[in-house]
Design a protein. Structure first.
Length: 313
């Protein structure tokens, strides 16, 4: 790495640093999206990984810049007099990729302040002089425009999964004479959706907490049926059913297929879940009471997966 640093000019190194910052941003963005699909523990672990990756990159960039200067390569050879050295140190600060994004937001305001200063200030010191601050702001503005153009270009090439999902679900609802009833995306959405369906189709009023308690008790009473749902694909181990049910009852832990099955058994009915791009999931089709109808979203909500209630149009 030291050899690479000494063989690079400062301009080449900073260009590479900016590229690595963009690549890390893309990587961490994907990790954050993945974190929305897991449990709170997984989200914390991924957040720590992201912080560590960002800190490592920042530290490496700082060390490489120090190594470049101490090694005498690139721009260091042009440090002939005090004025040139000061100019280059100003440029280093200006283009440091770790500080660039934070400083860009202040660029426009700083530029206006600099331009308002009277021209006589430079003449009082013995004639025209380079306005390094103005040059610095101009370069910042150029970097800001490049970043904005790159972000716009990347965004235009991405598939709009949210729009596709919403359009598909709207078509399915129209076909089956259903309307989507919005439920608050707060971790309780599955239970709130089922509570709305029980009221609409069974005439039964239940709170989210009551449904959580009923589901937890039912699962605890039938471990043979529900234990397979507790296999953890990340650790390749089985979660213990008792602490899982305790969290199910006392926290805002998301519900899924296991909770849908449990509640379909409790209320002796089929529970169907509409999806975009695939056929509906029907659980406990042998139930004797009216079907409860839900809709599932993967891309449409900022917090990740979500359920809404489907009412008759």
């Amino acid at each position: 790495m030291v050899e690479q640093v000494l063989n690079e000019t400062e301009e080449e190194m900073l260009a590479r640093h900016r590229k690595e910052v963009r690549e890390l941003t893309a990587t961490t963005t994907g990790m954050k999206k993945q974190a929305t699909k897991g449990e709170k523990k997984k989200k914390k672990e991924i957040s720590k990984q992201i912080e560590a990756m960002e800190a490592d990159l920042k530290s490496r960039h700082q060390n490489e810049l120090k190594a470049l200067k101490s090694g005498g390569g690139g721009d260091a050879k042009r440090e002939i007099d005090g004025e040139q050295k000061a100019d280059e140190e100003s440029d280093d600060d200006e283009l440091n990729p770790e500080d660039l994004l934070a400083e860009l937001e202040l660029a426009d305001k700083e530029k206006e302040k600099v331009e308002e200063k009277p021209k006589e200030e430079a003449q009082q010191q013995g004639g025209p002089k380079r306005n390094r601050r103005k040059e610095k702001l101009a370069k910042r503005e150029e970097e800001r425009k490049k970043l904005m153009e790159q972000a716009a270009s990347e965004a235009s090439g991405q598939t709009d999964y949210r729009r596709i999902e919403l359009e598909n679900l709207e078509l399915l609802c129209n076909r089956h004479n259903l309307v989507q009833y919005d439920i608050t995306p707060d971790g309780h959405c599955l239970f709130a959706s089922i509570a709305d369906q029980l009221k609409q189709r069974h005439g039964v009023e239940k709170t989210v907490q009551e449904l959580r308690t009923e589901a937890a008790s039912h699962i605890m009473a039938d471990p043979d049926t529900y234990s397979p749902f507790l296999f953890d694909e990340e650790t390749l181990t089985m979660k213990e059913i008792e602490p899982y049910c305790k969290d199910l009852e006392t926290t805002a832990m998301w519900g899924g297929d296991m909770e849908i099955l449990a509640l379909s058994k409790i209320y002796d009915c089929c529970i169907s879940v509409m999806f975009s791009g695939r056929s509906a999931l029907k659980v406990n089709e042998e139930g004797s009471k009216p079907e409860l109808k839900l809709v599932y979203y993967k891309h449409s909500y900022g917090l990740g997966e979500h359920y809404n209630s489907l009412r008759d149009a």
